[in-house]
Design a protein around this ligand. Structure first.
Ligand SMILES: [Zn+2]
Length: 407
């Protein structure tokens, strides 16, 4: 019931935003997201005919915008990969995926790479959090939103006076199955990667919420990022940065080639990797603002040559702590206060049974004080199924101690 009410309220909020923000940008973003995440494309799983249809649509849009083809076969860069529905299985199925690559040549030595993956989970046989019968995973936020923003940036840069760099636009495939498309491109680039100025990745940028928080992962990969982010007009969007260049998306493939990267992300939600990640929940006005914000960042860096690269301490390695248990909650990745804020509590799991609620801020698990999401993970790694502990949360400013039994 709470869930239905929340969805109802957010739908009203979205309708309100659309009414206020209908600009040509917003309308085109909506057209791109709605088509890519429609049932016609059956979830755009890499190696299927639906992935090829999505790729063709993106290539037509690149052409319409006036980019040049920069794949290996026109707009396309096909690549082979092994699909393993179970990551532990020895054998897999050979498949061919396809990246879509467009170029804007300004006749300069250096090139900015802008990317977003367009594949998703198809019917949910791999990587889905859906329980029950196979269903189309439309992937509107993940990542039709990023592709729409990629097209929006291509359109803006095509008509802009920013000629300090060339621009390469890549729609990656097979990201969901293991970053295969971006790895392939980074190993078989169609431009000289030594001349790359920096790389921007957009993965899940469609759910800018009322707090208007946008995560920029990888801000430690160049000393230039934070200054630039501070100097630009963010349109009232509050940017939360993380340092690491390694994360679960395509920018990692470029970071590992010593290219400064930034990954934009509007945060995790309860529909993540479920059939409910649909186009009606996208904040199109917010998406248009994110496109403009990234354009402003590119403008800020227009006269800078290649950004200086820094290796980062890879925080995500701490995620390697072995989990035998979970609380069954979705972390709020946009939260930058002390503790770990819960975005959504999943029914029937340990957290829900202990009385945890959406919006609770976890500040302690057992003996571990939780200052951030990494402490939270470390806290969880101490327990096994059947263990009991106390989890301390902040709710409306009050401290509550909950008794948790790990299932
Ligand atoms: Zn994604």
């Amino acid at each position: 019931m709470a869930r239905i009410l929340a969805l109802f309220i957010s739908s009203l909020a979205i309708l309100g935003l659309q009414a206020q923000h209908i600009s040509p940008d917003t309308l085109q973003l909506q057209v791109d997201v709605v088509f890519l995440s429609s049932n016609l494309l059956k979830g755009r799983e890499a190696g299927t005919p639906y992935e090829k249809e999505a790729a063709t649509y993106i290539a037509r849009r690149f052409e319409e915008i006036g980019l040049q083809p920069k794949g290996t076969e026109g707009w396309f860069q096909p690549f082979d990969f092994t699909y393993k529905p179970n990551p532990h299985s020895e054998t897999g199925e050979k498949r061919t995926g396809v990246n879509v690559v467009g170029y804007l040549d300004n006749g300069t030595p250096t090139t900015v790479i802008i990317g977003a993956h367009f594949d998703h989970l198809g019917m949910g046989h791999f990587g889905s959090r859906h329980v029950g019968e196979a269903a189309i995973h439309n992937g509107a936020d993940d990542n039709a939103s990023g592709v729409a923003a990629l097209l929006c940036l291509a359109e803006k840069l095509k008509h802009s006076s920013l000629k300090g760099h060339n621009y390469l636009f890549i729609a990656f495939s097979a990201e969901e199955l293991g970053l295969y498309g971006s790895k392939y491109f980074a190993d078989h680039p169609t431009i000289d990667l030594n001349q790359a100025a920096y790389m921007i990745n957009m993965d899940m940028v469609g759910r800018l919420n009322a707090e208007r928080k946008l995560v920029a992962n990888g801000a430690g990969t160049s000393p230039a990022w934070k200054d630039a982010l501070r100097q630009i007009d963010t349109l009232g969007i509050h940017i939360v940065t993380t340092e690491s260049g390694v994360g679960p998306s395509d920018h990692t493939s470029f970071y590992l080639k010593n290219i400064p990267v930034l990954h934009f992300f509007t945060g995790q939600h309860a529909d993540y990797h479920k059939p409910q990640d649909d186009s009606e929940y996208i904040n199109y006005g917010g998406l248009a603002d994110i496109c403009q914000l990234i354009y402003n960042l590119i403008a800020q860096l227009n006269s800078q040559p290649q950004l200086e690269f820094r290796k980062t301490k890879d925080e995500s390695q701490r995620q390697g702590a072995a989990f035998k248990v979970s609380l069954g909650v979705m972390p709020d990745y946009t939260y930058d206060g002390k503790g770990m804020r819960v975005d959504a509590v999943i029914d029937g799991r340990a957290g829900a049974k202990a009385g945890m609620q959406n919006g609770d801020i976890i500040i302690q698990i057992g003996d571990v004080t939780v200052n951030d999401i990494y402490d939270y993970m470390e806290g969880l790694s101490q327990f096994r199924k059947g263990d009991q502990t106390q989890v301390v949360v902040l709710r409306n400013g009050k401290t509550l101690t909950l008794d948790v039994v790990f299932q």
